[in-house]
Design a protein around this ligand. Structure first.
Ligand SMILES: Nc1nc2c(ncn2[C@@H]2O[C@H](COP(=O)(O)OP(=O)(O)OP(=O)(O)O)[C@@H](O)[C@H]2O)c(=O)[nH]1
Ligand SMILES: [Mg+2]
Length: 444
């Protein structure tokens, strides 16, 4: 079946509906050129040529524009595409779009251009998903690594793993189907191959945590006794006088949140100092309750104590609250501390000492690995497919270790192949597909 024949012609603004130098309206489908010819004063469409002229509604001039034709299959969607570059005003874009729709195009749904690019095999699903990542990226680092996905880095890795699995599957199947002519593969061969494949899958999954943090951001909460310099650290990391700092214990009452761009998006949270004194005011008590709640949502806690006083029993009580959390122990006020231990990272929030290094530690600690070392990212859907494939191969490995019938082993190996096909989009249901492209914006 030629899937393209089912497609009608779609159109949408490809630039935001706001004021700007240029606005772009994109048309894709078999009728793209025909529609453009009806409304454009200078339709001499040739590949790789742009055309200057007027968009006209009958005799009425709407705007002077540049029209770029892309001939199938050499276009974003793989279909005939026309891009109209007009002046960037909401009403100009709207008028031209209405005209295009009047002449037979339909308004595109979210992500429909990219969906067509996928369905017309211009890209695999991991590449299509990276387009949404690039558009939604909160940091320039995430945009860069998503771009690597678009260029096919993840796709190549998955195809490589799939080829490995398929090769083993072919050998097993040949042994089963032609027992007289082909010997079934040795179990030691199977064990080795499955171990290698598991290793490759694990390498791809190792960046999963960082990928998720790139997408959702990480919460880093500063916790400690009153007056140890939490707010000073908050300000120092942000490079901003955001929180009030005084020498009075109990200065911070409300939880303060600010965004810190460390290449990964971080929400940095300053809290009220935790203490259990009887004479703590009601307001401070509420503040302390908030501190404990924020601790629960933290991906990483920065535990601060006053190095000039050393860690005392009250500090240890606070530290005790963190035992199930990922944390870094910070000895603040190192400028006035005399003795140092190895247990903590020494900083001086007031003097700015150790802050730059702390930013770096923080980033690797939150991600598990250096985010810059990522060659590709994965999303939760892809991770779920990879985990499914991993489980199946693990089953196949266990079965091979006990010389299980190869007929049975082949069932697990086949499911691993299917899981990877689901990842790349070779094998997909419409609802999964709709779900993915729902997250796009109109015009992409
Ligand atoms: N010498 C020195 N003083 C510091 C340092 N960091 C903070 N201080 C001082 O310690 C005092 C308390 O600082 P804050 O940042 O308000 O402490 P906090 O932990 O936020 O206190 P609460 O909000 O009350 O829990 C202030 O007088 C700061 O100037 C430092 O690195 N060196
Ligand atoms: Mg404070």
């Amino acid at each position: 079946m030629n899937i393209r024949e089912e497609f009608d012609t779609i159109a949408a603004p490809a630039t935001p509906m706001g004021m700007g130098g240029v606005g772009i309206i994109r048309i894709s489908g078999d009728k793209a050129f025909e529609i453009a010819e009806k409304i454009f004063s200078n339709p001499k469409f040739e590949p790789r040529k742009f055309n200057l002229g007027w968009i006209k509604d009958g005799d009425v001039k709407i705007d002077e524009v540049v029209v770029l034709p892309f001939f199938a299959p050499n276009s974003y969607t793989g279909e005939n595409v026309v891009e109209i570059q007009c002046h960037g005003g909401i009403n100009v874009i709207r008028n031209i779009l209405n005209l295009v729709l009047k002449h037979g195009a339909r308004m595109a749904e979210k992500g429909e251009f990219t969906k067509r690019a996928f369905l017309n095999k211009r890209m695999d699903l991991s590449q299509a998903e990276s387009v949404a990542d690039i558009i939604h990226s909160k940091t320039s680092e995430f945009a860069k690594v998503s771009m690597k996905n678009l260029s096919g880095v993840l796709k190549d890795k998955i195809n490589d793993i799939r080829n490995d699995i398929f090769e083993v599957l072919s050998k097993i199947t040949a042994g089963i189907d032609f027992p007289e002519d082909v010997e079934e593969p040795d179990y030691s061969y199977l064990v080795n191959r499955f171990e290698e494949i598991l290793d490759k899958i694990d390498k791809v999954l190792s960046g999963a945590e960082t990928s998720n943090i790139f997408r959702e951001g990480a919460k880093v909460v500063i916790i400690g006794k009153p007056n140890v310099g939490k707010s000073s650290l908050f300000n120092a990391l942000l490079n901003l006088d955001r929180a009030i700092v005084t020498d009075i214990a109990g200065t911070t009452r409300d939880v303060l949140r600010e965004t810190l761009d460390l290449g990964i998006p971080v929400t940095l949270i300053d809290t009220a100092g935790i203490r259990e004194d009887e004479d703590v005011s009601r307001v401070e008590k509420i503040g302390i309750e908030f501190s404990k709640q924020s601790m629960d949502e933290a991906d990483l806690v920065l535990f601060v104590y006053d190095a000039s006083k050393g860690m005392d029993s009250e500090d240890r009580e606070v530290l005790e609250l963190l035992k199930d959390k990922k944390y870094i122990i910070l000895a603040n006020k190192s400028d006035i501390a005399d003795k140092k231990t190895d247990e903590a990272v020494y900083i001086s929030a007031a003097m700015g000492e150790g802050i730059e290094d702390l930013r770096k530690t923080l980033k690797t600690k939150v991600c598990g690995i250096e985010p810059e070392s990522l060659d590709f990212v994965t999303n939760t859907r892809q991770q779920a497919c990879l985990k499914k494939a991993r489980n199946s191969i693990e089953q196949a490995l266990l079965a091979s270790q006990v010389n299980e019938l190869q007929d049975l082993i082949s069932i697990d190996v086949k499911s691993a192949v299917l899981a990877l096909d689901e990842l790349t989009g070779e094998l997909l249901t419409d609802s999964v597909l709709d779900n993915i492209f729902e997250n796009f914006c109109i015009g992409k």
